[in-house]
Design a binder for this molecule. Structure first.
Ligand SMILES: [Zn+2]
Length: 312
């Protein structure tokens, strides 16, 4: 089944074989979460990937290898996200980082990949503002939007309003990680900023008003079941996304971190179908929802819809 993925982190989706080759021993235990039980612990899994993604060659190769993994998983369009500033620790410029990612994905034309630049909750205002500047510079040239990622409990969503005002002034589309580890207030803030997509958003289940806002504003929830399980937020069987979906919320299914959560999109679909009994048509609809809210052009969306629906 051909699929669309909107929520996939580059650093959480490193090809293990290549990482092993670079480091010289098996790094699976370091990279793969075995139910870390909280987001802060889970985020420590990214230290090694960030260390590896500090040279042009490594960034390009891991991006290329992720495109091959996406291809194998029958993903036809993906939005892959990363924070360029995290890859400048050994002297690369932000331009070099972004261009290396683009070069890697452009080596494989079988999967169309657009990039989302992540602002990080623990970075300064000026650093995050720089990330917006680069999203503007590379707009329609590989980069399609921005995100806000990182420790949601420690750094509250409501404190980032000014950055999203700047994004809006410059017509940069955005999605925001919200209501993953933190509560429904985080989602309320993201909707107030004007987010049309929310990463996770599952904590909406705590509050009727938040659910109402999600429905009224036609928000797409980027659901990542295995990731929520690994961070100890909800086991897959108890993940409230099914309830939110039953109430009318639009959802799409994602891996979040293919390597850290040891998964792919096919597995995510199989698991949720088995647990919640989703029909094939419903799975197709999740992909159509993703296309509707993707940050690509209308023409690209038109082509993707045809491909998902198998039309000539
Ligand atoms: Zn994420």
């Amino acid at each position: 089944m051909k699929k669309i993925e909107l929520h996939c982190h580059l650093d959480g989706s490193l090809n293990i074989e290549y990482a092993n080759k670079l480091i010289g021993y098996d790094v699976k235990d370091k990279l793969v979460s075995t139910k870390d039980k909280n987001l802060t612990e889970y985020l420590k899994r990214f230290d090694l990937p960030i260390d590896l993604l500090q040279t042009k060659d490594n960034i390009e190769e891991f991006s290329y290898l992720l495109s091959k993994d996406l291809e194998k998983d029958e993903v036809i369009y993906a939005e892959v996200r990363f924070c360029p500033l995290l890859h400048t620790k050994k002297g690369l410029s932000i331009d070099e980082v972004i261009n290396s990612v683009i070069d890697g994905f452009y080596r494989n034309f079988s999967v169309k990949v657009n990039l989302i630049l992540c602002m990080m909750r623990n970075l300064t205002f000026d650093e995050n503002k720089t990330i917006i500047d680069y999203a503007i510079k590379y707009k329609d040239d590989g980069v399609v939007g921005i995100d806000l990622a990182g420790d949601e409990i420690k750094y509250k969503t409501k404190d980032f309003e000014k950055l999203f005002d700047i994004a809006k002034e410059n017509n940069i589309p955005f999605t925001i990680h919200a209501g993953e580890a933190d509560g429904h207030e985080s989602i309320d803030a993201a909707i107030k900023f004007g987010a049309k997509r929310i990463g996770h958003g599952i904590k909406a289940i705590e509050n009727k008003n938040t659910i109402k806002k999600i429905l009224q504003n036609d928000i797409l929830l980027e659901i990542c079941p295995s990731s929520n399980d690994d961070t100890g937020i909800y086991s897959i069987t108890k993940n409230p996304f099914k309830e939110l979906y039953d109430m009318g919320a639009k959802i799409c299914i994602n891996t979040d971190n293919r390597t850290v959560s040891n998964t792919n999109l096919k597995e995510e679909y199989e698991q949720i179908s088995e647990i919640f009994g989703f029909t094939n048509q419903e799975l197709i609809n999740f992909n159509l929802n993703a296309i509707d809210k993707a940050f690509c052009s209308d023409f690209e969306k038109y082509k993707l819809r045809k491909e998902i629906l198998n039309e000539k």
